[in-house]
Ligand binder design. Structure first.
Ligand code: ZN
Length: 129
């Protein structure tokens, strides 16, 4: 996006995988090996699809919970924060750290959830490996 807007950087490649792949939305959040490892943690059969919509539908189908969008958003947010922590704070990306961010974020989202959904959400995260 920055490249399209003529914002000049030294490098537009993904820093999470070092495979000299352009850091596009689809690469960063779904097909990057780092993102893929994050998704496999939550959806073991996840395989990146051609579009964001197809990725979301595949994840929704596998999770089978009414709060799948909260989970998808929290995973993408944790990938984004892991990337930014490396770029702006020099913190090396790790799956452990990304998972920690994911759980913390999801806990915050669940605490804001309506009481009706809260117990199902809490049960899901407690059973999360
Ligand atoms: Zn990558």
């Amino acid at each position: 996006m920055l490249q399209k807007k003529n914002f000049h950087l030294q490098d537009y490649n993904c820093i999470l995988c070092n495979q000299y792949r352009l850091e596009t939305r689809d690469h960063l959040f779904f097909s990057c090996p780092f993102a893929l490892a994050c998704w496999k943690y939550i959806c073991p059969t996840f395989m990146p699809q051609q579009s964001v919509h197809d990725n979301i539908m595949g994840i929704k189908k596998e999770l089978q919970v009414p709060f799948h969008m909260e989970i998808i958003t929290a995973v993408n947010w944790s990938i984004w924060r892991t990337r930014n922590d490396y770029i702006f704070n020099g913190i090396s990306p790790s799956l452990y750290r990304c998972r920690r961010i994911f759980k913390d974020e999801l806990n915050l989202v669940f605490h804001r959830a309506k009481r009706k959904k809260y117990h199902a959400m809490q049960s899901w995260i407690e059973n999360f490996r």
